[in-house]
Design a protein around this ligand. Structure first.
Ligand SMILES: *[C@@H]1O[C@H](CO)[C@@H](O)[C@H](O)[C@H]1NC(C)=O
Ligand SMILES: *[C@@H]1O[C@H](CO)[C@@H](O)[C@H](O)[C@H]1NC(C)=O
Ligand SMILES: *[C@@H]1O[C@H](CO)[C@@H](O)[C@H](O)[C@H]1NC(C)=O
Ligand SMILES: *[C@@H]1O[C@H](CO)[C@@H](O)[C@H](O)[C@H]1NC(C)=O
Ligand SMILES: *[C@@H]1O[C@H](CO)[C@@H](O)[C@H](O)[C@H]1NC(C)=O
Ligand SMILES: *[C@@H]1O[C@H](CO)[C@@H](O)[C@H](O)[C@H]1NC(C)=O
Ligand SMILES: *[C@@H]1O[C@H](CO)[C@@H](O)[C@H](O)[C@H]1NC(C)=O
Length: 787
């Protein structure tokens, strides 16, 4: 056994991950001793000590002729040479006769030379003791049948970084004792199962860096002893279900730097003995529920350096009783780890989550990891608020659950605590997370949809499938819904496991959305009588955590999609423009569509007063479009004095608003300002037209006589009311009001209670505070003096 193999059998399985496996435990070895023999010119002859895998001490007589620009073998070589180093020379032919006398030669290093054929060095002169042959970085392009049959006891063969394009099916014939084979970084385009039939004892196979885009089914079935397989940098887009079949002893597997767009779950089910798995640097977008299920022996898992990873779903890592180390780092778009992403990871000790886009780590995650010892969270845009309460040292205000958290997390060590900083809220920015007290962190938090999870534009080809991932963390847990360009509102059920959602509204019959739960959560709200939006429904599917799937996308589904995350405290929204490109590059269609959109917006959205009370008014409007930047403004109409105007943003997909905290017996003007979104910039006249606010004016009801004296605003004397009426009439005349004012007011007296399902609107504070004019609830109270 050679030193390299010592490593392999102990900790090397890990260093294979990074594909550097530097042989030699050099530090602990005694120094080389002089070897008193006749040594070829310029070479160095020494006795080098080393330990075998079973820790037996050996002394290897070594001839070192590295880096000498040799074009032929230096002769004569000492007959008892064990190790011969000829690295970095100019050899292209080997005088094999000169080697034939070296019956004790075990190690031959010919890397970085000019060999183009293996035949030239192995034919005719068997090397009966050779265990290790280095041929990396030569010019080999083909291996013929039985290339190495003169090396009957060879254990390690290194052929990486050559130009191998083809390998004969029987190339490795005769290598019955081979343990390690490196053929990575060549130009192989296929993997031939025949190669491996000759290698029953092979333990390590490095195959990466070859342009193989698909592995054959059962390609490795002969490798019953294989323990480590490295398939990095190959351009694999998927892994066939049976690709890994027969690898009974496999412990370490690397798919580093491929094009996998999801975890190859089916293939992994064939190698359940796996201990180390590296999926780093792939194109995986979501780690899904049960992706690693059944991997009872998995100890370490790497999910690093994925440009596209956005989400780790509920129970994504489920029942991995041996998992001790989990690395999910350097994923620039990863902003969401479900609070129950990790289930039954009873041995997880080390959780690396640094350098992602995470805003927090939910305390449920800490609770589900009883053995956790260290966590790294630095280089994330951390939000030091409710979701992060478990971090704080201060437990004075802790209730029972929190206390439990703190106990669990107290022992957890932060890696690089000095670099684990709050990014939000502004007053805690750049503070070390661990030094913030619980009193400084707010106890609840608004939803935030991270900018990194949804791009502002996505282009797809007609007929393709599109997945839009929307995630938000908050406490209380937010509800998510999507609004399509045609104004359809589609909600995911975040609370339950049910696959998808119920449909309400006139599209019920046309839909193919799975109707898996019977709860009546208003899931899809269709505001218009126009049947066309229903036709789109068959393409849409809501996945449980907030992913909108659009199957077989058509031109008519292009446009602005908005995701809304809402909890009791407020909401956040994020919009994405979906462009659908023709496969035949026909641009006209898209343009025509936009024009149509604006025309329709213009026809849309008439603001109507539905109901009016003493202190509130319910307004509604129609829209067959997604208008996420819509605002509602209102103002007391009072002559001769400028009254403040209040505005609030209207959540996408909302068509009704209950304006509260109004003064009784007062005239108001309310306007709806439609907005498509800042991302859509068009200078068209049509757009300008659509920007014209829709307004309605009304008077709130009077409070019944007895109380009126108490609450009537002193400003509102009866003369003022008269003046106001006059002003209102003038105003109405000037505005070109489409509906009759009398009609609206009459309706309000009837106080018809309209069904308001799915119209729950939240006056959005923090997130919507971009608009400085908008008061928060308490400000509103003060201004109206009715609190
Ligand atoms: C090879 O090693 C054996 C045992 O150490 C030794 O007896 C023999 O002389 C060596 N052969 C040569 C050619 O030196
Ligand atoms: C290679 O060897 C196999 C058997 O090991 C034989 O069937 C095949 O014909 C050989 N091919 C060549 C090109 O010699
Ligand atoms: C979730 O689903 C289960 C049954 O699958 C039901 O008992 C439970 O009430 C549901 N919870 C919510 C919040 O809908
Ligand atoms: C929709 O389905 C219901 C039964 O689920 C049926 O009574 C109704 O006629 C259907 N409507 C249309 C328009 O197909
Ligand atoms: C769902 O709503 C329908 C009426 O729209 C009602 O009859 C039914 O009882 C509701 N179901 C549940 C589970 O609330
Ligand atoms: C509108 O808000 C007022 C005041 O909060 C409330 O009394 C009224 O019931 C609400 N109306 C509807 C339909 O929600
Ligand atoms: C609303 O504004 C008032 C005055 O600016 C402030 O004292 C209060 O904390 C704010 N409330 C919320 C919920 O932001």
């Amino acid at each position: 056994m050679r030193p390299a193999l010592v490593l392999l059998q102990s900790q090397c399985l890990l260093c294979v991950f990074s594909s550097v496996c530097v042989p030699g435990v050099v530090g602990s070895l005694p120094p080389a001793m002089p070897w008193h023999v006749y040594c070829p010119a310029r070479c160095v002859c020494q006795i080098k000590p080393w330990f075998s895998s079973d820790s037996v001490y050996h002394e290897a007589p070594t001839v070192d002729c590295n880096d000498l620009l040799l074009t032929k073998l230096p002769v004569p070589l000492p007959p008892n040479t064990h190790t011969l180093r000829l690295q970095s020379n100019l050899l292209s032919v080997l005088d094999t006769a000169a080697l034939s006398g070296l019956s004790n030669l075990t190690d031959l290093d010919l890397s970085q030379n000019r060999f183009s054929h293996v035949r030239m060095l192995t034919q005719s002169s068997p090397l009966p003791s050779l265990l290790s042959l280095h041929l990396e970085e030569n010019h080999l392009s083909h291996l013929h049948n039985a290339s190495f049959s003169s090396l009957p006891v060879l254990q390690e063969l290194f052929l990486s970084h050559n130009n191998l394009r083809s390998i004969a099916p029987g190339a490795f014939f005769g290598l019955d004792y081979l343990l390690r084979l490196h053929i990575n970084n060549n130009r192989l385009t296929t993997v031939d199962p025949h190669w491996f039939r000759a290698l029953p004892r092979l333990e390590v196979l490095m195959l990466g860096g070859n342009p193989v885009d698909a592995l054959p089914e059962k390609g490795f079935v002969a490798l019953k002893s294989l323990r480590s397989l490295v398939l990095g940098g190959m351009g694999l887009r998927g892994v066939a279900e049976k690709a890994l079949e027969g690898l009974e002893s496999l412990e370490s597997l690397s798919f580093y730097d491929n094009l996998l767009n999801k975890v190859p779950t089916q293939a992994l089910r064939r190698v359940l003995g796996l201990k180390f798995l590296d999926l780093n640097k792939n194109h995986i977008r979501v780690i899904q529920t049960g992706d690693f299920r059944g991997m009872a022996h998995l100890k370490e898992l790497g999910l690093n350096n994925m440009e596209e990873l956005v989400s780790i779903e509920k129970a994504a890592l489920d029942d991995l009783p041996e998992l001790t180390k989990l690395e999910i780092t350097n994923n620039p778009r990863l902003s969401y780890i479900h609070p129950q992403a990790f289930v039954q990871l009873s041995r997880l000790e080390s959780l690396m989550l640094n350098s992602n886009s995470l805003s927090a780590l939910h305390h449920h995650i800490m609770l589900s990891l009883p053995s956790l010892q260290e966590v790294s969270l630095h280089s994330n845009p951390l939000r030091c608020d409710c979701l992060f309460h478990w971090v704080t040292k201060d437990t004075r205000h802790a209730h029972t659950e929190r206390k439990k958290d703190t106990q669990t997390t107290r022992a957890v060590r932060f890696i690089q605590p000095q670099a684990t900083l709050c990014a939000e809220p502004p007053e805690l920015r750049a503070r070390r997370v661990r030094e913030v007290s619980s009193g400084e962190m707010s106890a609840s938090c608004l939803p935030t949809i991270p900018a990194s999870s949804l791009p502002s534009y996505v282009g797809v080809q007609e007929g393709d499938k599109l997945l839009l991932h929307c995630r938000a963390l908050a406490d209380p847990q937010p509800e998510l819904y999507w609004v399509t360009p045609s104004g359809l509102r589609l909600a995911a059920s975040t609370k339950n496991d049910s696959k998808s959602s119920t449909i309400t509204g006139p599209c019920r019959n046309q839909t193919t959305l799975e109707q898996s739960d019977s709860s009546n959560k208003s899931v899809l709200q269709l505001q218009s009588q126009d049947p066309t939006p229903c036709q789109h429904l068959k393409h849409y599917k809501l996945l449980p955590e907030g992913t909108l799937e659009i199957r077989k996308i058509t031109f008519s589904e292009a446009g602005l999609y908005t995701c809304v995350a809402e909890n009791a405290l407020g909401a956040d929204t994020r919009s994405v423009t979906v462009g659908v490109h023709s496969r035949r590059k026909n641009r006209k269609k898209g343009a025509a569509n936009k024009k149509g959109t604006f025309q329709a917006i213009r026809a849309d959205a008439k603001l109507e007063l539905r109901e009016v009370g003493e202190h509130y008014a319910i307004l509604s409007w129609q829209s067959r479009h997604n208008l996420p930047s819509t605002r509602l403004s209102w103002q007391v109409i009072f002559p001769n004095s400028h009254m403040p105007t209040y505005t609030t943003r209207i959540l996408a997909g909302t068509h009704r608003f209950n304006l509260t905290h109004l003064q009784d017996g007062t005239f108001y003007k309310v306007c709806l300002h439609l907005g498509i979104g800042d991302s859509v910039r068009h200078t068209s006249v049509l757009l300008k037209e659509s920007r014209r606010p829709r307004c309605v004016s009304f008077r709130t009801n009077d409070v019944p006589e007895i109380q009126a004296g108490l609450q009537l605003d002193p400003q509102l004397t009866s003369t003022a009311v008269t003046l106001l009426l006059l002003a209102l009439i003038l105003l109405v005349a000037g505005q070109g009001w489409d509906s009759e004012p009398g009609d609206a007011l009459k309706k309000s007296h009837h106080a018809v209670h309209q069904a308001t399902e799915a119209s729950k609107t939240v006056v959005v504070n923090q997130k919507m505070q971009k608009d400085p004019k908008q008061p928060n609830q308490s400000e509103k109270c003060q201004l109206h003096q009715i609190c």
